[in-house]
Design a protein around this ligand. Structure first.
Ligand code: FMN
Length: 381
């Protein structure tokens, strides 16, 4: 079984992830993990924090001389900013300064302190913060390296920022994407997205948006129709919704299904000698009956606008119950491009889990043999 946990606070000493279940013998490229971490830190509209941190992973267990051994793997990312926060984030003693008491609408602040019986909102916001997603991106980067071994690759791109959206008429330019600050495939749309972010920043406001994750090279039959918790589309939706501020997920044409008759909603099936089964459309987004169908997996997720506003919303002080303006923790104006990197990582994690559930394998040799055997059988079907 593949599983992982993350630990760590936004201004704590470090973030940690413990991963279990990756086969022995996987070659690990640390630079590639750091590249993914850097991508998460970029993006037009990010706040000052990202300028302080240059995330780098330390692998402190489970990898020896560039290969996994089958042991649990521990990844650690140091928080550089911690040095400036020891007076407020120490393990012992008393915190310096006043507690955070003005709860932010749209954040975990109020529900968190009520549920966990805390008096300082910092006890909640430190872990609710999306800083935690750096650990997930590191795990996802390792999963991407594992998936590459069986021909599966992933990419995520931003399709909408605050209503400035890619349309079907906008050409997808993947060369532009590679250099794009917004992880957008169209230069003109990206320019308008940046303008929208500039305007929001000037107004003390924030923006959300939509990103799309595409998984290429998946074999048919990952996930299963046989039980609710084996359905891969359900696992994908849960993984996407677990990302901070993600409030909706679509697979394939998604909510557009509500506007289409059946005759225009499904992907017709064809068969050709030598080629096997094929489709000429992919409205299902690569998933039917909770299983991959061999087409690209297409998942969209919507991110709500960042809850911390520089022109704060009305709120209540949780000590005095007086009407106040919400607190202004240093914050992003828009983080959809960063969220798309996290989305790509979470998809890589779900795909890794699905692939290992299907093929098992304590070591890469056994795993790859099982994949080959299965692909051969499907080719002949
Ligand atoms: C990459 C990323 C960066 C984020 N940056 C911020 C931020 O700077 N300020 C903020 O208030 N919320 C930020 N958020 C969103 C909050 O973490 C999130 O809204 C909050 O934890 C409450 O959870 P919920 O929106 O899922 O209900 C970010 C989310 C992501 C995915």
């Amino acid at each position: 079984m593949f599983r992982f946990l993350t630990t760590g606070e936004s201004h704590g000493q470090c973030l940690t992830a413990i991963i279990e279940g990756l086969p022995a013998g996987l070659k690990v490229n640390v630079d590639k993990i750091n590249e993914e971490l850097a991508k998460r830190q970029q993006g037009y509209g990010r706040g000052g924090r990202m300028k302080i941190e240059t995330d780098r992973v330390d692998i402190v267990s489970g990898v020896r001389f560039g290969e996994t051994m089958g042991d649990p793997i521990t990844l650690r990312i140091q928080n550089k900013d911690w040095e400036n926060w020891t007076d407020r984030m120490s393990v012992s003693g008393m915190p310096a300064g006043a507690p955070v008491t003005a709860a932010r609408p749209g954040h975990a602040d109020l529900s968190g302190i009520l549920k966990y019986d805390r008096t300082d909102i910092r006890d909640i916001l430190e872990r609710a913060s999306a800083r935690e997603t750096a650990a997930r991106v590191a795990v996802g980067a390792l999963c991407k390296q594992f998936l590459e071994s069986c021909g599966i690759s992933l990419v995520a791109h931003v399709t909408n920022i605050g209503g400035v959206a890619m349309t079907d008429a906008d050409i997808q330019d993947w060369d532009h994407y590679r250099a794009s600050e917004m992880r957008c495939t169209n230069e003109a749309v990206e320019a308008r997205m940046k303008q929208a972010i500039d305007e929001a920043k000037q107004a003390g406001d924030t923006l959300g948006g939509v990103f799309e994750v595409i998984v290429r090279g998946s074999m048919v039959g990952l996930g299963s129709h046989t039980q609710w918790d084996r359905k891969l589309d359900a696992k994908i939706a849960a993984a996407m919704m677990s990302i901070q501020a993600i409030k909706g997920v679509e697979i394939g044409v998604g909510f557009e299904y509500g506007n289409l008759p059946g005759s225009q909603a499904h992907d017709e099936l064809f068969y050709e000698e030598g080629r096997g089964y094929y489709r000429t459309s992919n409205r299902a987004g690569g998933l039917e009956g909770g299983m991959t169908n061999g087409e690209d997996i297409i998942v969209k997720a919507v991110m709500k606008p960042i809850p911390t506003l520089m022109q704060p919303l009305s709120s209540v002080d949780v000590h005095t119950h007086e009407a106040v303006k919400a607190c202004r923790e240093r914050s992003d104006v828009c983080a959809v491009s960063a969220a798309s990197v996290v989305g790509e990582a979470m998809m890589a994690i779900v795909m890794t889990e699905a692939v290992l559930e299907k093929f098992g394998g304590d070591c890469m040799v056994d795993f790859l043999a099982a994949v080959r055997h299965y692909k051969d059988r499907i080719k002949q079907a």
